[in-house]
Write a protein that binds this ligand. Sequence first.
Ligand SMILES: Cc1cc2nc3c(=O)[nH]c(=O)nc-3n(C[C@H](O)[C@H](O)[C@H](O)COP(=O)(O)OP(=O)(O)OC[C@H]3O[C@@H](n4cnc5c(N)ncnc54)[C@H](O)[C@@H]3O)c2cc1C
Length: 504
Amino acid sequence: MNNEKQAIIIGAGFAGLAAGIYGQMNGYKTTIFEMHDKPGGLCTSWKRKGYTVDGCIHWLVGSNPDSAMHDYWEEVGLIQGRECIYMDSYMHYECPDGRVITFHRDIDRLEKHLIEFSPQDEAHIRRFINGIKLSIPFNQPSKNVSFPERVYKQLKLYSTFVTKGKQMQYWMKVTGKEFADGFKDPDLRNAFSEMWIPEFSILFMFFTFAYLSAKNAGYPLGGSMPMSKALEERYKALGGTIVYNSRVARIITENNKASGIVLGDGKEYRSDIVISAADGYCTIFKMLDGRYADDKIRDIYEKWIPFHPLLIVGLGVNRRFDEIPLSVSGFSFPLREEVVIADKKRSRLPVHLYHHDPSMAPEGHTTLTVMLETNYEYWKELHSDKKAYVSKKDEISAQVINLLEQRFPGISSQVEMVDVATPMTFERYTGNWKGSFEGWLITPENSNTIMKPMSQTLPGLDNFYMCGQWVEPGGGLPTGILSARRLFKAICKKDGRKFRATKA
Ligand SMILES: Cc1cc2nc3c(=O)[nH]c(=O)nc-3n(C[C@H](O)[C@H](O)[C@H](O)COP(=O)(O)OP(=O)(O)OC[C@H]3O[C@@H](n4cnc5c(N)ncnc54)[C@H](O)[C@@H]3O)c2cc1C
């Protein structure tokens, strides 16, 4: 394999590391420049006073060894030796009258439970269940099955496309809020509203439950950072180079060809191709000064909606929570009265316990997080006054601990670690636009990107490419890998090389 073509990759998040891995596999000499001192970008966790706060992984699509995505995880060296566990439910919603809505992984159980909870909503519940069933053929693990079985499954998938394609297109255009509003029971309506982002297409909630029911979205024990380190290790083993603490300020262009980068300290590095796996807005409008943004791209950055930023309060508690059942995204409980936390009124508190992962806290202790949607501008303004920013974070953590007393009396005296991350933390740590944690939401406006992926190039600029969550609406770890893989297939094709990928 000849190694003469040099590629610079900006960002060592999942997409950047995967781009490096597929580049190395295909004979490109790659160097990743990462502004931080660690790999992984958003896929990260941090240690505080013996506790680990995880800022990312809840569920890993492709964890089932029979799924096609599992092959790709093997290629990038993520899944080998990693144990995934499967929770029985996605979420528990505690109602003000003490009843609990459980979003079971098992679809029949889910259907029965929801209809028992609200018989008047039977028709709409069946729509939800049918939507999940519609998505199941697309999520069925099918790798290790016999040839006739595989042919049968492919034909079934094809016939689902032909016969149910219209229904899928319909659901793609229905938002989470529109679907939730279809429930008559106020608790069920609120539970759906809490579980799914209002603007996000409901089809992807169906897909979520389809993945969970197929046991193809487990939680990898150890959490986020060990996965990022596994990708870094794989990349280095393939001969790749990562330069940390190196923020790319500018992409060099000559005669409308990308030819290198300039770091924040002014150092220049040249290459044959440049790939940005960093934030989309920063890449297009800052590193390239907006010179290659046509009306279509400007329209996207004006109209599409990024995932709303988060405020994460992480707590280390000297307490076990054995009475709380495991679930993918935790549980939420009603507050005695509405309160304002940061910029918004809240009547409930969502809690994610990490009592399923012993590596997150010392024996007998538990890490938990309270994740709340928040407004970027609110934090941006607050951040201009460092003292006010720090004291707001302190005020919020004290407030959250106080509110948790309503559900877990005595917890205040058991808290041993407090950590607050705001959209400013996300921005500082990963450079993501408006502190978004997963790039673009898939909404009715951009749902066509499911059938026709976004371009990975910019108009009028040669030798330049993008991969990662800003060119793959919906974001997530698997799309980071798929995006980098798709990119190197295209680059190899352009260079007349046969794309190849090997397992670690
Ligand atoms: C709370 C939370 C929960 C999540 N849960 C899940 C989940 O359960 N399952 C799942 O699949 N996904 C989940 N995600 C989403 C997932 O983490 C992201 O979609 C994914 O990690 C994005 O990868 P990326 O490589 O595209 O971008 P990023 O991770 O943002 O990587 C970009 C990298 O570029 C670097 N960079 C930026 N600008 C520059 C510059 N100028 N110079 C040099 N380097 C630069 C950044 O430091 C960063 O390392 C979650 C995310 C969060 C925050």
